[in-house]
Design a protein around this ligand. Structure first.
Ligand code: SF4
Length: 225
């Protein structure tokens, strides 16, 4: 991944839009990103992000949706993806890990890098902006996340329309629109990644506390810019 610096005018614009959209509803943020970047904006979706996917699709039905297929997802995640892809006529772009990922199984040092970070970097190549479902409440590592910023790691604009939302905001959106949720939520899971490294959170702990249990790891590297 080579880092490309944005020009000063773009950085100033992003700073100004981040301030303007700091308290804006996600739909307003999405309207701006699609107006500003058109088809150059893609959504990275784990298929837990149904509320954001629903909003984005309501504005731009032809939106490209990037799914990072690590090869280790729960069958429920893949079935849910296929169901929404079919029912909502989604344009899903699935990434796959490179062959060398075979040498780095679940939880080893380069696994996330090869199965998530590098495939996402390739999927974002040539794009102008990526949209994520990141929320500040997800984890302490995310509590300062801007709504609009320059992503140095992937060298494009990063937009977090749900940055200011809570889990209750997401739940309310899903229920008030009659939307399906990831099937593992009903089984007690709170944040769903690869099957080998995801457990339901223990009572009273955060939704992401079931991720990478026993490892000194809080993030997969996608949101470290
Ligand atoms: S979450 Fe675990 S299994 Fe999935 S890509 Fe990262 S290290 Fe590999």
């Amino acid at each position: 991944m080579s880092e490309t610096a944005p020009d000063g005018a773009l950085l100033a614009e992003l700073e100004s839009e981040d301030a303007r959209l700091a308290s804006a509803p996600p739909l307003a943020v999405l309207s701006w990103v699609f107006r500003r970047f058109g088809a150059g904006a893609v959504l990275a979706c784990s298929f837990e992000d149904v509320a954001l996917l629903h909003m984005a699709r309501s504005i731009r039905p032809s939106l490209e949706v990037v799914f990072l297929d690590t090869g280790g997802h729960f069958p429920e995640t893949l079935e849910f993806l296929e169901r929404l892809e079919r029912d909502w006529s989604l344009r899903v772009v699935r990434t796959t890990p490179p062959p060398e990922a075979e040498a780095w199984p679940c939880g080893t040092a380069r696994c996330c890098e090869l199965r998530k970070v590098e495939p996402l970097s390739r999927a974002l190549h040539g794009r102008s902006a990526w949209i994520t479902a990141l929320k500040r409440v997800d984890a302490p590592t995310r509590d300062g996340a801007p709504v609009v910023s320059w992503d140095r790691r992937f060298s494009l604009v990063k937009v977090n329309p749900l940055a200011t939302w809570t889990d209750d905001d997401v739940a309310y959106y899903l229920s008030s629109h009659g939307l399906p949720e990831h099937p593992l939520w009903a089984k007690g899971y709170g944040s769903i990644g690869c099957a080998a490294m995801t457990l339901p959170p223990r009572p009273g702990e955060s939704r992401r506390s079931g991720r990478w249990v026993g490892l000194a790891k809080d993030e997969c590297g996608l949101h470290e810019s």
